[in-house]
Design a protein around this ligand. Structure first.
Ligand SMILES: [Mn+2]
Length: 196
């Protein structure tokens, strides 16, 4: 099988991101974005998606974490899209329901090439530690748009915001692990259109 690995480098006046990704890895990661909570989420994302992932990012955090979080999402999305290549033989669809203590996240994805994000999540707090909870949506928006995936995130219940976000990232990881997997019985791209 062709190696599904890639690297992304992106430098703007706001942030500098360097990322490597191996879609068929073992879940090893080395993440340093300057945003501790994001590092924690991406560590567990890589682990549960069985993706090898390194990210080194720095940004204008004297403003706030917004640009850094968004730009890491952009780069992770670009990397996923690039590593998937022509998408031949991939499973394409997946859904998971992942609990984290009292919280539950239901995730559904379609690696369709037509990005959309549905985000039905209510946080009962604006901050998770010193992390701005609204950036979770910003990250997933940037990720799904650049990866070309349709991502639905539903959290039917949950009270602790840290648990809710952790359930979301674990659920996304488990769904991706399934959706990117090659199914030998699929010939070409899994679409009646012939392209995705
Ligand atoms: Mn945690």
């Amino acid at each position: 099988m062709k190696q599904r690995t890639t690297q992304v480098k992106r430098k703007t006046s706001e942030t500098n991101v360097e990322l490597t990704l191996n879609l068929d890895g073992k879940g090893k990661s080395n993440i340093s974005t300057g945003v501790g909570f994001l590092d924690h989420m991406l560590d567990l994302f890589a682990r549960h998606a069985l993706i090898d992932l390194t990210i080194k990012a720095s940004g204008d955090q004297r403003v706030d974490d917004h640009h850094t979080v968004e730009d890491v999402g952009i780069c992770l999305g670009q990397a996923l899209k690039d590593a998937l290549g022509d998408k031949k033989g991939i499973t394409r669809f997946a859904s998971t329901s992942v609990p984290m203590q009292e919280s539950l996240a239901d995730i559904a994805i379609d690696i369709s090439g037509r990005p959309a994000l549905v985000f039905n999540v209510n946080f009962n707090t604006d901050r998770i530690g010193n992390f701005d909870a609204s950036l979770v949506r910003e990250f997933l928006e940037a990720f799904s748009a650049n990866a070309g995936i349709n991502l639905h995130v539903n959290v039917p219940y949950g009270s602790n915001a840290h648990h809710i976000v952790e359930a979301i990232f674990k659920g996304l990881a488990k769904a991706l692990d399934t959706a990117v997997r090659i199914n030998e019985r699929i010939e070409g791209v899994p679409s009646t259109k012939g392209i995705m």
